[in-house]
Design a protein around this ligand. Structure first.
Ligand SMILES: N[C@@H](CCC(=O)N[C@@H](CS)C(=O)NCC(=O)O)C(=O)O
Length: 210
């Protein structure tokens, strides 16, 4: 059986949940309570010494400790539907946009949240090591997230999907990033018509309710 170590309220495991649903892969879920610090406890450290979710235990007992590994493994193990592209050019385009959405979107939002939230004092970065907050980074993160919304809106003008002509992992990462931005009060508005149209179309996929 495949096991997902998950947290219902966190964006990174949501990426893995949506991917598993889009691939139609049956699995068990083990919740990890990030609010109480369960990820830093001895039991979860045995699963993932990096103390982050998601982690995925494969049916062969291999433990994958980040979305990059989970995505690569799922695509290789369950090739259909292809979510990383099929031709060399598609694979490159999807990898590029997925990285941009991670770096310009998800990481910018995390930068804003983790450097300002009192609940994340001393925890400015995820992982086994504590880092202090740098309050100035919060404002920069918000500015970067706003820029990400503008970039994504521009990208989606006249397009149905973030990369290539088909649904891909780049759409999954982008939906998760756009929704996560609510925590720093960055939202799509009238100035983002293309982004809003795409997000409404994505909402028709049952996986996006996860
Ligand atoms: N590179 C990782 C990042 C995972 C990550 O940052 N997860 C966060 C939740 S969204 C986490 O585990 N946080 C634990 C903490 O803040 O201590 C991935 O995408 O798999």
């Amino acid at each position: 059986m495949i096991t997902l170590y998950d947290c219902a309220t966190a964006p990174s495991p949501r990426r893995a949940r949506i991917l598993l649903a889009e691939k139609g892969v049956a699995h068990e879920t083990v919740p990890v309570d990030l609010r109480s610090g369960e990820q830093l406890g001895a039991a979860y450290r045995q699963v993932n010494p990096q103390c982050t979710v998601p982690a995925l235990r494969t049916d062969e007992g291999l433990v994958l400790t980040d979305n990059a590994a989970i995505t690569a493994w799922l695509e290789a193990r369950f090739p259909e539907p292809a979510l990383l592209g099929t031709t060399p050019a598609e694979k490159a385009e999807i990898a590029s946009w997925n990285w941009r959405v991670e770096f310009e979107g998800l990481l910018a939002i995390a930068e804003a949240l983790r450097n300002s939230s009192p609940a994340m004092a001393h925890r400015a970065l995820p992982g086994a090591v504590d880092y202090e907050q740098i309050p100035e980074l919060a404002a920069r993160g918000v500015a970067r997230a706003r820029q990400f919304f503008a970039t994504l809106n521009e990208r989606l003008a006249g397009r149905g999907f973030v990369a290539t002509g088909r649904f891909s992992v780049a759409d999954i990462t982008a939906v998760v990033a756009v929704d996560f931005a609510r925590v720093i009060k960055v939202k799509a508005g009238d100035e983002h018509p293309h982004l809003q149209r795409w997000r409404a179309a994505m909402a028709l996929r049952p996986s996006m309710g996860l």
